[in-house]
Design a protein around this ligand. Structure first.
Ligand code: 5GP
Ligand code: ZN
Length: 115
């Protein structure tokens, strides 16, 4: 765990969050500042700083994250209408928390290209 990492602190239950799903590898929680009717963050328990810090050892984890995203979209009822899974990498990509995570957005029409 990285001491100052907000997501590590949430995973350790030091900071409260609305957790909607968890297993041995990931936690899915509601974003504090939702950008859609459904806006979840899928966060691996392993502290990985950015997409650029992934190694081949993490390949299965990333596949699992997408499996969880699809399951949550299905269970929450917006899979068929459509949804988006987003990873922001580094400042220019919109990253603001330095613990790898994937946004799961659904419940409204999502425009393209994103801002
Ligand atoms: P990023 O900008 O790194 O792609 O996404 C970080 C996300 O984390 C943002 O959407 C932001 O609203 C969310 N966030 C930041 N701090 C907290 C927090 O303490 N709790 C929760 N639930 N979400 C947070
Ligand atoms: Zn962390």
């Amino acid at each position: 765990m990285a001491e100052s990492c907000i997501f590590c602190r949430i995973l350790d239950r030091e900071i409260p969050a609305k957790v909607v799903y968890e297993d041995d590898r990931v936690v899915a929680l509601e974003d504090l500042n939702p950008q859609a009717p459904f806006h979840l963050l899928i966060v691996p328990r392993k502290h990985i700083r950015t997409t650029l810090d992934l190694s081949t050892a993490d390949n299965e984890l990333i596949g699992h994250i997408f499996q969880v995203a699809g399951k949550l979209a299905h269970d929450l009822g917006f899979a068929e209408d459509g949804f988006r899974v987003v990873n922001n990498c580094n400042e220019g990509g919109g990253q603001s928390v330095w613990h790898l995570h994937f946004h799961l957005l659904g419940g409204r029409d999502l425009s393209w290209p994103p801002g």
